[in-house]
Every structure is written in structure tokens, then in C-alpha cells.
Design a protein. Sequence first.
Lengths: 649, 494
Amino acid sequence: MIDAWIVFLLLLLAPVVSSIPIVLAYKSKEWTEKLPYLSVFGIFISVLMSLYIFFTFPKELPASQFAYPWIPDLGINIVLITDYLARYMGVVTALIAFFIAVYGLDYMKGDYRPSWYWFFFNLFTASMLLVVYSDNLFLLFVGWEGLGAASWGLIGHWFRDDDDIAYVGKAGRKVGPLELSWPPSFGGWRAISTIRFGDVPMFFAIAAIWVLTGNLNISEIDWGSLFMGIGAAGTIILMLCFLMGLFTKSAQVPFSEWLMTAMTGPTTVSALLHSATMVAAGAFVFLKVTWYIEPWHLHGVPGLEVVYTVVLFVGLLSGLYGALAGSGMLERKVLLAASTMSSIGLMFAAGAASFWIHEEIAGINLALLVGFWYMAVHAFAKASLFLVAGHLIHATHSRFCCGGLEFAKRMKTPFIATIIATTFLVGMPPLTAYWVKSAMDEVMELLWHEHHMLIPIILLILTSLIYSAIMARFLSLNFVRGEKPEHEHLEGGGLMKLGYTMMVSVLFILLYLIFTNAETEAFVHAGYASVSFAVGAGALIAYVLAVYVPRLKVFSRVPGTFFNDRMYLPFLNDYIVPKTGFFISRVVQNYGNRGIDGFFNTRVIPGLFGIISRGIRAIQTGYLKSYVKIVLGLVMVFLVIASLWGLGL
Amino acid sequence: MIMLYFLLLPLIAVVIAPFLTPKKATYLSSFVFLLPFFAIIGCLFRGCPEKVSLMSLSAPLGEFYFNFDFISHAFGLTICIVSAMIALFALPYMTHRFEEMERNVDSEFRKYIFLYNLYAASMLWLVYSGNLVLLYVFLELSLITAFLLIYSYGYGNRKWVGLLYFVWCAVAGVLTLAGIVILAFENDSLALDVLMQGGKVSMLAWAFIFFGMIIELPVLGPHVWLPWAHAEAPTPVSALLSPLTVGLAGYVLLRIALIDYSFIETYRMPILCYAIFSSIYAGFSVFKQTDFKRLLAYSTVSQMGYVLVALCLGPFGLIAVVIQYMSHAFGKSILFSSAGGIIAVHHGLRDLTKMGGLHDSIPAISNAAVVGFLNLGGMLTIGMLGEFFILRGAVETFLNPESPAFLGWTGSLPLILAMIFMFMLSVWYGFYTIRKVFYGKPKDTKRLEISSYLYLPLYIIGIVSVLLLFPPLSTALIQGLNSIPGLCLGGVVP
């Protein structure tokens, strides 16, 4: 067995180190065309290492925890863990990054700054792997910030804002005072500012956990006594601060806007960040933390139920919001982005349901298991769809959905990949996601039967049906019943096809795993329940209907535009918040700074000096008479004081 | 003893560099600051003698000595690396500046490099001086040299700006001196080691030093001199003035706080609220600036608010003062230099309204600026630890039931939210500025050939700032800081 730290170092550093040569060679066109292969090789090493960890590393604590001192006196250490979640998620992350990197070799060919792209792409992969494997909250946060910085770099990759293909929204389309069109450089800034809005509260929560428990390792913290110690108000504030980081990163309502404008980045970026890894990181960390909090044992803790109810409903509402918004959209990538936030919402909801769920399979809470497996299935399916969308954008020079059956005949590989990815994702029996979704139905059903919460299951079913329809809509508008594309550029794209073919084929492996793994047995079992089957059949019907009628004329105007404009959530992000901020800036600058600088600094202080100086100069007249007067006056004052003092006053 | 020689190396450059050609003088200056940098790094790992005595004077002055503790090392290594790198950056920049001013390059460079070395060296000696009088002398020395640099080579109405800077900082210096004098008579010594052992700082002395140093720091109100001085100084001087000099006020306050924390404890709430307000106010000001260097100057005010916030937050806050100083110094020196790079390459371009899309012509400088803003925002650099320690200090102070300032979760919520907002602002204005300056539709996509002096030094600073976050450097540094009495968990500071 290789030393564990060598494996981890290779896993985390290989992508970063292998992307440094292309950065150094940024001036040479010749080298920047060759060196991307090295970067991809770096990610391939990560894949090997993640697989090695998956098959050989210990699974149970304490053997699965690896610690190296960082600032040991203060409890900040490099602690990595190879528990169930990390092992699976590590492989998922590395594999997806690798497939997308292979695809990117083709997709990013001839780009104007390859060094930038590959550096941030690999930095992103390494950061995500760090988030996945780290057990120490500070170390996790280092990876977390790496995700933020790398996503900023990648989303704003086409910083010149000169190509309409990289925009989001229709150029010039105005609603009220807002222009609903966003350039890439704006997408990057929007992403990092929204993420920062959640990161700092999360950082504060980590600092608070550090002080109050004296430990930063997620698996070692005594969560129960932490919550008991700080009471209901403390628990709610602490956990909401922590969750702010997760919700913003995962683009849950109302922080979802950045994900939509993030579609200004290259499609590879959307595939990696905005389907499988970065947005999933929020849900992943939530599952990871919940795994060790074990909230199902902590029903006596005041405030914790509030926290989990909040997550449950934020997740479900984001799920519904994303699905509805997607139903009106015509931009390929934005449609997929909306469906992604919907899926992530369901992951949050499933994870949060663990608070009420006691069923365990192979020692793992059912709700957490469902959340996690849905994440894995969704990651591969959605990443494939994004990659197909990228290929279509290349082939048609349009970011709007277009293409009919004729087009599909000439683009067989993407057509088939889309059919597989969508059908496997929407939960129609008996394909991969169906089993996971069935278990999710079962979880929400348990909430209804045992805890009288009816709304979650209604929201879930509603979301599932609409979600199925929008995925079918994506297929239909691009390959079946869409308009004929204006341009067709079908040559090449071999590596692109290879990328998404590999990606989509993993869905079959996952199906196989669901049927063979011990812990997923419950999924299969749930698949045979009548409710699950009804929901699955509903999804199938919705899918078929939407393929047949992707756009309803009746709805295209009234709810269609409303949904397409994301229910006017951009007003919050593009109008209310910035207007308020700039108003304050203006007040500060025009009144505050001008007042201090222009009045205090250039009038008041010099004026005061002038007065004092004039006063002193006024005495110095040169006439003996006035000096005598001054001296006599001072003598008089002195005499008065002396006599008063003498009198004892 | 050997450490003392390393610290005296810059003195050689002060004397010799003026007699060399600009290029050689630059290399010499850079070298004499790099050597102590590596010596300090060595000290972090192997340790070194705590003090080197210079001379003993009668009471109330006490012993003059060089003090080698981890606080001094942390400040010292920052000053060394920034001074060394900015010296390199200055070579093409100042040559260009002298040509622009239509002066003889060789002869002006002699004067300039003398002042520059003396300026940087005085700051280095300041943080190692073990006596408050010595510290004051070096404080004034750095003030005078910086003043002369602005006065002779600044932009705009440089003479007025130079005087403005000089007068404000002289006032700050005099107030501090008054505080030090009171301190001397109260304790019969100004040697730090004597003061650290049961020295008392009366409220009056504290008040003088505090008000003196918040002018120098500066916070909102007395900050008026700073946007002028930083904007109009020649850029290499801005790149020392803002990162290194102003933060030294934080160093002085930290030293006094370690002697006696009572003043901060008594007035914690007003100082903290003032500092947060000042930081947020300056953060909002950044958005509306139209001059790049002035924008950075306001960001300095905002960052110095962090330092003052940290000062109020107990032992972890005090460690954060040190780390915050370092991360701000790294970030701001990179940023001022990239502003300088734009000035040098784009013929004096400073107006933000005329910028946009500059990344195409100067990618190397643009990317350096990103590293700079990552430092300010505390992302992936040593600044992360700074923010973490400030937040930890806040929790220790207000949420720990054993703390005398305990407020409870609901009671301290407004304060915590304000601090959280304060941290957000720096990333917001940072990336807003990046977008405004470097991204968007380029006017010209031609890549300009620029001197590597203008960007390589910046990356070296950036790499240092990232390395300092990770082991082994952060292990040695933070554990060392944590072992200083008063900073460690069981220290005298509550």
C-alpha cells in the first residue's frame, strides 16, 4: 500500500502543479496548444488516486481519518477523511472533471486565453476535492474559497464581453428599468459577490464552532452538547449563518440569480461547476455535516427542528422555483441551470428530512443516502446535458434552443446522449434516477404519515412532474420539434463526443451499483411501492407530452415570459440591492467625503490657523504704547488673581 | 547578534547605493532587504536570541535594545519582502518618472534611492526597537523620508500634499510622544521588556497614544490626509506608505495593548463601533472613486478599520492585528504597484472612467491585481487567517459566557452582522474594481511588451502571501505568535 499522504498529495496537488507550465508559457501560442494535455493528465492522476482511495482506504473511523499538523496548538490541522460520502463524491468529482477536461481539449481549442482557463479549471478541481475529503472545517473553507475564486475566474473567462454567444438573456430586452441581458465579466462579479454574501457568515459560524467546542473536525465535534450549550437562539443563529454559505453556493432561493448569469462562462465550466461540483458542494457539505450531527438523535435540542424545517422548505421551494423557471426558458444553458438549482433543492430537502427519519440501511440514514445518491446521478446526467448543449452551441452558433429531427439525424451522438441523460434523470421507471427518486418519495411520504407534513410530498411530486417536462422540453426543442438552426457546423468535435459519451455511460454503472450495493437495496424496494410507481408513471407521461408539445402557445405569453424572466427575481439582484448600495456610496462620497475633505480639511482647519495667526500678529503693532497696555493688563490680571487667592477664595 | 547585523545591512545600502548606477543601486537595495527576510524566516524555525542590547540609559529612558520576538518578526518579514520587491519595481517606474519630470535620471536616482532605503530601513528598525523612544525616533524618520519623497517626486500639487501629510503625521507623532513621555514618568523605563512585566499605562497616556495613532492609522475623520498622500505620492512610495507605514500605527497600539489592555477594555464598545463604521464607510467610498490610486487609498482606510476592530477583540484579535497587517501589506503593495504599472505603461492613466478592458494589453499586471484583491478580501492567502482570528476574537469576546464583555447570541447579533458586512465589502469592491479596470470591451487588444520589473516582483509578494497560509510557514509563525505572553490563550489579556 502506498503511503496515504503521497496519495493525498497527488490527488490534491497534481491538478494544480500540472497547470502551472501552461501559465508560465502564456505568451507562446505553440506551447499553449500542447500543454492542455498536461493539465488533463494532472486531473487523470486525481482520478486514479480517488479510485485508489475508494478501493483500498479504510472506511470506518478512526482509521479513515488522516491528520497532519498545521497550527496544532489552535486545533487547525490538515485533516482528511475517507468516509462513505467522501469516497464516493471524490470519485464522482474527479471523474466528471476528467471527462469534461477531455471534452474541453476540443471545446476550448483556439480560445484567446487558454492559460487562464486551464489554471482555474484545475485549481477548481483541486479545491473541490479538498472540500470533499477534508474533515477540518478550516481546511474545508480553504477549498471552499478556492471554489469561489476559481468560479469567478471561469465564469468571467470571456472577459472581453464582445461575443453575443457568451451573454445571458436577449440583448436589449428591457423590463421596466432593467435590461435583461448580462455579459460574462458581469457574471463573474455577480457570482463572487453573491457567494461572498454567504461565505463570511459561514466563516463566522466556523469560528464560533471553533471557540465553543475547541475542535474543528466535523467528525469529532460533539454537536449535541454544542447546541445544548448555546440554546435555541444560539443554535438557530449559528446554523443559519453556516447555511448561508451553503445556500449561496448552491444557488437556492433567493440567491439563485448568480447561477443563471454564470451561464456566461464556457460550457465546460457550466458543466463542471454548475451541475456536478460547485453548486452541489453546498448540498454535499450539508449532507456531510448532517451525517455527523445525527439530528435524528437530537430531537430534544431546542431550535434544531427550526433549522431543519428551514432547509427542508428552502430546498423544496428552490426545487419548484427552478423547475417552473426552466419551463419558460429558451436558452439552452440557462434552462439547464434552472433545472440544476431545482435538483440541488431536492438534495437539500432530502438531507433535511433526515431530522425526522429514523430508518437506517447498513448504518446510514435513509434520507441522507437518498440525498447523496440523487447528487451522484444528477451530477453525471446534468454534466452530460451541459456538454451536449456546448456541442450544440458550437454546431449551431446559437445559445437558444433550435434543431429538429433532421438536425438530430445528423447529430446522432448528442441526440442519443440527450435521450439517455434526460430519461435516466427524470425518474421514469426503471431507469437510474427512478430508484433514487422512489426512495425520495418514500422519505417525504414518511414525513406525511408519521409527522403530518403534507406539503413536502406535494411539492416534491409537483417538482418531479414539471422537472420531467422541462428535461423533455430540452430534448424536444433541440432535436425533435425545434426550429431549424440558422447555421450548421457539424464537422469535428470528436473529443467532445468522447467526453459526453463517457459521461453518460456512467449512468449505466450507477444503475448497476444501485442494484448490487447493500445500502441501496432500500431504493429498489421503494421502487416497487405504489406511490413511487405512480409518480414515476406521471413523470413518464409528462415527459412524453412535453416531447410532443414542447411549447404551448397559450402559455407562452402569460406565465411563459414570467417564468423565463425568472419570476422577476433579477429585480432584487439587479435593481434593489445595487441601487441601495450605490445610493449609500453616493451619499458617502458626495456629502461625507466632500464634507470632510472639502470643508473640514480645506476650510475649517486652515481657517482656524488663519484666525490664530491674525490674532497673534494683531498684537505685534510695533507701538510701545500697546505693548505697555498689554503688560499692564497682564499685571492687573495677576494682581486680581493673587488677591483673590490671598483672600482664600 | 548575527540577526542584528542582518538588520543593519540596509544601512550599507543607504550609504553605498547613491554612488552606484540606478540598476546596481536597485539590485543592492533589493538584496539588502532580501537577506534579512531569509534570516527572519530562519528565525521563525530555529528561533533566535530574544534581544540584543545596544546601550543602557538612565531612568526614565531605560535600556535601548533590539527586540526579536515573533511580533517583530512578523512585521519585519513583511517589511523586508515588500521593500525588496518594490525596490525592483521602482527601477523602471522611477526612471520613467524622472524623464517625465524632465530631470537628470542618474542624479535624481541617487537622491531617490537614498531616501527610499532610509525610509524602508527606518520602518524595519522601528518594529525591532525595544524601546519606545527608539521606536518614536524611527517613526519620525520614516515620516520625514516619506515626506521628502512625496514632496520631490509626487504628482499633482505634490508640495501641498507633502505638507498635508507631514503636518497630520507630525501631529500624530507629537501626541504619541506626549503619551510616551507620560508613560516614561509612570514606569521609570521605556524598555519594552520592563514595561511588559507589570508596566502600567495610565488612561491619559493611553489616550494620547491612541489619538495620535488613529490619525496615523487612520480611521474615519483624521483620514483626510491619506487619500491625498497615497494618490499623489510616486507609486513606489505609495506602495510602501499604504501597506507598511500606516499599519505601523497598529503595531504601536498592539505593543501598548500588550503592556496594558485596560484602556481598550474600558472603551471597547465605542472604539469597536467606530472602527466598524469607519471601515464600512470607507468601503462604500471606494465604489465612487474615479482615480485608481485614490480608490486604493480609501480601501486602505477600510482595511485599517479591520486592524482597529481586531485590536478590541482580546488575545485572538491581537494576533489578528499582526496577520491583518501582513495580508494588507502584501495585497496593497501589489495593488499600488499594478496601479503604477498602468501609469507607466499607459502614459499616466489613472482615471477609472477611461479604463476598462485593460487585461488585453497588460495581462500580467491585471492578474497580479487579482492576487492583490484576494489578499484584501482574505481569500486563499494569509488574510484568511486574519479574518478567521478576528471572527474568533469576536466570538471569544461577545459569545463566550466567561468573557466580561459577554453579550449573548441575540445581544451581539447586530455587532456580528456589522462585522460580517464589513468583511463582505472588501471582496465586493475588489472584484467590482477589477471588472471596471481590466475587463469589459477592450479598446485595444494588442498585448504590450512591458518590463518584467513591473510585474515579477508583484508575483513574488503574491506567492509569499499564499505560502504563509500553509504549513510550514504558518505553523511556525502562528504558533510563535501564540506563544507570546499576552497573545496566548492563558495570557494576561482577557
